[in-house]
Write a protein that binds this ligand. Sequence first.
Ligand SMILES: [Fe+2]
Length: 196
Amino acid sequence: MAFELPPLPYPADALEPVYSANTISFHYGKHHKAYVDNLNKLVAGTELESKSLEELIMLSAADATKVGIFNNSAQIWNHTFFWNCMKPGGGGKPTGALAKAIDAAFGGYDKFVEQFKASAVGRFGSGWGWLVLDDGELKVVSTSNADTPMTKGQKALLTVDVWEHAYYLDYQNRRPDFVQAFLDKLVNWGFVAANL
Ligand SMILES: [Fe+2]
């Protein structure tokens, strides 16, 4: 069965003006869709056709001959996760058990923000900024290109896409402004808490 582009969890203009419908139309409608189309072409007619997305990510991560499958399958997973990490009117401080866990791990929300921004903004070239659960511990990490925490045994809780295609139409080269806006106005902390 072919992979499908999952529906967005909100209308394309729902994150305006922080994240424009124009950006979504390219980022979701073109980039995310292209990863789905590419993966379907790569696995069509092979024994990989019946694998789940997660299975494809894990088996191709360990096989240098399957770079194309890794890049496209991991990018599909990362993008679907990223869309769910945002909501209209999101952002600001989390509450409840998640807030307590962040306080305990980082010494407060502000310290977490400092680390998350430094990691995501400092990622050279294309990649992703993450909050992950690593062996029971909350950590801020970043990954390069399509790479994704599950290949390192980490559980993803939150991500921000820092490929230029994620922010250039709205923020041009100002990646720090995009990551700040993401934290202040977009993060769906309910989704992050559910992952935890
Ligand atoms: Fe992206």
